[in-house]
Design a protein around this ligand. Structure first.
Ligand code: ZN
Length: 125
């Protein structure tokens, strides 16, 4: 049997609030596990020239646009070419990364609120 120990001064409305905060946090944490495509990067497209000297791309008709994702890792930025059929998935992954940041911020706010209510517990999952 699990007993949750509330401070004696805690009133009914605080208990309701704690339950709501924990419920919201639980949903957010579940959503986190659905962000499997996430990529921390920026999407861009560019036109380019190729190595064939007689190709029309050298006379102004450049190839493209081709899609890339720029990812900064250890202070160095690397640009990764995105195959056409993967562009949608990469764009979705970039949006998922922004959602991840939103979730982290919201869970932080919830946990600070629980802390103020003395209801942030190490056993919380
Ligand atoms: Zn060319």
């Amino acid at each position: 049997m699990l007993y949750i120990c509330y401070a004696p001064s805690m009133n009914q409305s605080q208990r309701v609030k704690i339950k709501a905060l924990r419920g919201e946090r639980q949903k957010l944490l579940q959503e986190l596990s659905s962000l499997s495509l996430l990529i921390r990067g920026s999407f861009f497209q560019r036109f380019s020239t190729c190595s064939r000297p007689n190709c029309s791309c050298h006379k102004g008709e450049k190839h493209g646009p081709r899609a890339y994702v720029a990812v900064t890792q250890e202070k160095a930025q690397k640009q990764h070419y995105i195959p056409k059929q993967q562009v949608n998935a990469v764009q979705k992954g970039i949006l998922q990364y922004h959602r991840l940041l939103e979730i982290v911020l919201r869970v932080t706010v919830i946990n600070l609120e629980l802390m103020r209510l003395k209801a942030l517990e190490e056993a919380d999952r």
